[in-house]
Design a protein around this ligand. Structure first.
Ligand SMILES: [Zn+2]
Length: 543
């Protein structure tokens, strides 16, 4: 990814230090155990560079979560249900891999600047490829009415791109012999951060949770404030408080803010935008390293010596274009429309957001394209440009460009993040309570948002659990995601099927964390859902 010569050198030194620690019987795998917060720390710097604190792992060295050999629980079909080939786990998994490969190509070809960020990005070729793949599948399935619809970015919008960057912790001789600069590989700038001078060097200051009770004791003026964010679940739930504390730190005079995001692994995490200034997210392992160094610096009375150098190049792009693909299968009984949507765009590999939902949606289109499965109501499958790229909204453009379908839509179902495995903090890393996340045998919890709280639709979700073993959460919800928001003008029920696991919008969301049987569970459930909704009176669907 992003090596600088001096970083490689510092990694080498760290490796040497680790061997030394092993020789003395202290495990280098456990940085906090090795250093022991408050235990023998005064002598720690004698152990080597950076007060003897173990350096964070190089990028790609360790996965965000551990996926062991035990497979997820297999699919069991309800009695009498045929094992239709197009809905089988292996077939959907193959499509999922094809979709993720579009992201990998975006990374390999450095689609964005230095290649530090990648994805299936609407407005760029990777986004277009993602939709083109869907068009091909719709056509191969034999669907006659496939609409390819291109649209322009809203004239008031611009798309901020981080082209290249580096966050470098500057070594100081007082940190111990052999200390060399450390580049934090998990650092990622947040939209719309700018650094017109190109580079900035400033002292670092740790501000903990950055609450007013803490900040009354700390002067952040002229410094880079480092705050700790511990998301409950994933980052979305933390957006409000995290961003307002970032903004407060900038208002108090911080020249930049680093968010240590305490999630599994050491991943680049895309969230917490609009912080009011220059802001970066950092992964857990880089964050733990910094926190340990802050402690050593405090204990050694070296306040003010810990500094970072930031470089950043960005670009704003306008007049971008993107496209949706819409496949229409006419109903046998009614011209009422059921819209089945999956967004095709993604940050990074996006195996769970939303390659899983997209591959499930394509499997369903293949299923209902077969004459023997012809639906009673008309189905409109949407491979959507999604909602990540500013001014390029897939759902809104779908409604605008397909008034015939939009007006007759009595229900929309958005299949978004549906088959990521569940992770538990199961493996102990250190004796201070730090734990690593391990995948278990099920899928992460799935929320079923039903905008109109229809009791009939809720019953179908209950059957999803009992018939297919889909891991829906037990509480009813009327939530709608960002993608669902674009369908606001549809009069009927808007259904969001969505997981919210901790690797959402991070580089950790890779193929390994997807449950292959989970893809089939979800595909079979949604197929059942569509058939039942197809038969039901409109008054039950939209009471
Ligand atoms: Zn999504």
């Amino acid at each position: 990814m992003h090596f600088m010569p001096s970083t490689s050198a510092s990694r080498f030194v760290a490796a040497a230090a680790a061997i030394l620690l092993t020789a003395t019987g202290v495990s280098p795998r456990n940085p906090l155990l090795a250093q022991g917060r408050g235990r023998g720390a005064a002598e720690a710097h004698k152990n080597g560079p950076w007060f003897g604190v173990a350096l964070p792992p190089p990028p790609g060295k360790e996965p965000a979560v551990i996926v062991g050999d035990r497979a997820p629980r297999p699919v069991t079909l309800p009695p009498g249900e045929a094992a239709t080939l197009e809905l089988t786990a292996a077939n959907i998994r193959a499509d999922l891999e094809t979709i993720v490969n579009i992201s990998k190509e975006s990374r390999r070809t450095k689609e964005v600047g230095s290649g530090q960020t990648w994805g299936r990005i609407s407005g760029l070729p990777s986004g277009e490829k993602s939709i083109d793949w869907g068009i091909e599948q719709f056509k191969k399935a034999g669907i006659a009415d496939v609409r390819v619809q291109t649209f322009k970015q809203d004239a008031r919008s611009s798309f901020w791109f981080p082209m290249s960057w580096e966050v470098r912790l500057l070594a100081d001789p007082s940190f111990g012999p052999g200390s060399a600069d450390v580049v934090l590989e998990s650092a990622i700038p947040l939209s719309p951060s700018e650094l017109p001078a190109g580079t900035l060097t400033a002292p670092l200051i740790y501000v903990g949770t950055a609450s007013p009770a803490v900040l009354q004791h700390i002067d952040v003026k002229g410094k880079i404030a480092v705050q700790l964010i511990v998301p409950q679940g994933h980052m979305v739930f933390e957006r409000g408080p995290a961003v307002s504390r970032d903004q407060d730190l900038i208002k108090r005079g911080a020249v930049a803010v680093f968010n240590i995001v305490r999630l599994p692994g050491n991943e680049l995490a895309r969230d917490f935008n609009n912080c009011g200034g220059l802001c970066f997210n950092l992964g857990s392992r880089d964050g733990l390293f910094m926190e340990s160094v802050f402690d050593r610096i405090a204990q050694a009375g070296l306040d003010g010596k810990f500094r970072a150098q930031i470089t950043l190049k960005t670009e704003s792009r306008t007049n971008l274009t993107a496209k949706n693909a819409v496949a229409v299968i006419p109903g046998s009984r009614s011209s009422d429309v059921l819209v089945i949507d999956a967004h095709a765009d993604a940050w990074f590999d996006g195996a769970g957001d939303n390659a899983d939902g997209y591959s499930v949606m394509i499997a369903l289109a293949r299923h209902f394209a077969k004459p023997q499965n012809r639906p009673e109501r008309t189905l409109a499958f949407v491979a959507s440009a999604g909602h990540h790229s500013p001014g390029i909204n897939g759902p809104r453009n779908f409604l605008q460009l397909n008034p015939d379908l939009a007006q007759k839509a009595i229900l929309m179902v958005n299949i978004e993040h549906v088959s990521q495995r569940n992770f538990s903090p199961a493996r102990s890393v250190a004796d201070d309570g730090t734990r690593e996340f391990v995948a278990d045998s099920g899928e992460a919890p799935i929320v079923a948002g039903v905008s109109n709280k229809s009791p009939f639709i809720d019953t179908l979700f209950q059957q999803g659990v009992t018939r297919y073993g889909v891991n829906f959460i037990s509480e009813k919800s009327d939530m709608g995601s960002g993608e669902t928001g674009g369908f606001g003008d549809i009069k009927g029920a808007k259904i969001t099927i969505m997981q919210a696991p901790p690797l959402y919008h991070t580089t950790g969301e890779v193929l390994d964390v997807i449950s292959t049987p989970g893809l089939e569970r979800m595909a079979r459930f949604v197929a059942y859902f569509i058939k039942e909704v197809g038969k039901a009176p409109t008054a039950q669907i939209n009471p």
